[in-house]
Design a protein around this ligand. Structure first.
Ligand code: ZN
Length: 199
């Protein structure tokens, strides 16, 4: 799976131009049909997403081109889930957050539980990205809680990405989606760090 921009025509142009690269072998990806259509819940509207599929002309592996802003196996967009995570970092409980983002309390609780188990790993991953984006980064001060530390690292990294690249219509949470390859709440991400922290 490869994350791509939300702009469908832009993705198609880059496919035709051979600009999308296989994460397995660095070969060029070519169009290979479409994944199934999914209906995602954004803040106030449903969005229909039909991810493009691609096939590597080097190793023949197929990769779904997941638009940034979409998380693997989640029915809500990253902008909704991200708002819930940020609210938790500000100290709100899941019932209150559920009202704020307009989702069932149990759904919100599921997101928070999953993210709570990877706060330190998320902080480390985004802090590394911050160092890679900015040669002289201002590292965030401890924010008081592990939740706040993780969200502070995310915010600082998104800001650094915005200073380095012209993001145009890309939203901060779409940057997070790209950095996590759509796996922010998926099992096994960020794998390498989880592996090293397990006895
Ligand atoms: Zn390949």
């Amino acid at each position: 799976m490869v994350t791509v921009e939300a702009d469908v025509e832009g993705v198609e142009r880059r496919l035709v131009a051979g600009e999308l690269i296989c994460p397995g072998c660095s070969g060029v990806l070519a169009g290979w049909g479409y994944g199934r259509t999914r209906l995602l819940r954004d803040r106030h509207v449903l969005v229909r997403v039909r991810p493009r599929r691609s096939r590597c002309i080097g190793c023949a592996a197929t990769h779904v081109l997941l638009p940034v802003g979409v998380l693997l196996r989640r029915a809500d967009t990253l902008s909704v889930i991200g708002a819930a995570l940020a609210a938790r970092a500000r100290g709100l409980g899941f019932r209150r957050i559920a009202v704020v983002v307009g989702r069932p309390a149990e759904t919100v609780r599921g997101w928070l539980r999953r993210f709570a188990g990877r706060l330190e790993a998320v902080r480390v991953v985004f802090t590394r990205w911050l160092g890679a984006m900015d040669p002289d980064p201002v590292m965030p001060e401890p924010a008081g809680t592990r939740w706040a530390d993780a969200l502070t690292a995310i915010t600082a990294t998104v800001r650094a990405v915005g200073q380095r690249f012209v993001l145009g219509a890309v939203t901060p949470w779409e940057v997070v989606g790209a950095i996590s390859s759509g796996r922010l709440l998926a099992p096994g991400w960020p794998g390498e760090l989880i592996n090293t922290s397990c006895p």
